[in-house]
Design a protein around this ligand. Structure first.
Ligand SMILES: [Zn+2]
Ligand SMILES: [Zn+2]
Length: 151
């Protein structure tokens, strides 16, 4: 959802809240904003650290519950992580992931080719495929050049 006007983002949020009978609170707006600003597929913990700066009284529990609610109603996606903390993805459109096994960061990438992956016949017979995502595991640029100082 990058590149969206901040007001459009807020309007989207308010509309989604109305559809799902969710109260619009300043905390929820802040969590939603930070989540959509983030490109790192943050954990609850990472989001808590950010939101806490604006709302010193907010509890970890509130942030956690809010993010899970967002995921439940499809506002954000959960990234498939095997073990470890849940990671949240504000980008619910079709995209793919680069997962660095060294630092654990997850980066988005887009590929028309991967969007149209052919599903093997035997899979298609046994399983109704709704969506597909390609996850490439490897080492990110920063981790493969630890000496390189990024600008
Ligand atoms: Zn890395
Ligand atoms: Zn993603």
């Amino acid at each position: 959802m990058q590149g969206k006007e901040p007001n459009t983002l807020l309007q989207d949020f308010i509309e989604k809240c109305q559809v799902h009978n969710l109260k619009v609170t300043p905390q929820r707006v802040a969590i939603y904003r930070e989540l959509f600003d983030s490109t790192e597929h943050p954990t609850v913990d990472a989001m808590f650290q950010v939101v806490k700066k604006k709302f010193p009284n907010i509890s970890y529990d509130t942030v956690s519950r809010t993010m899970l609610t967002f995921a439940e109603i499809g506002m954000v996606d959960l990234v498939e992580v095997y073990g470890g903390a849940k990671r949240f993805d504000p980008n619910v459109s079709n995209h793919h992931h680069l997962h660095c096994v060294s630092c654990g960061k997850i980066f988005d990438f887009h590929s028309d080719h991967y969007n149209n992956l052919e599903i093997p016949d035997d899979v298609r017979r046994a399983f109704t495929v709704l969506t597909s995502r390609v996850v490439l595991k490897g080492i990110c640029e920063k981790c493969s050049n630890p000496g390189k100082i990024s600008p």
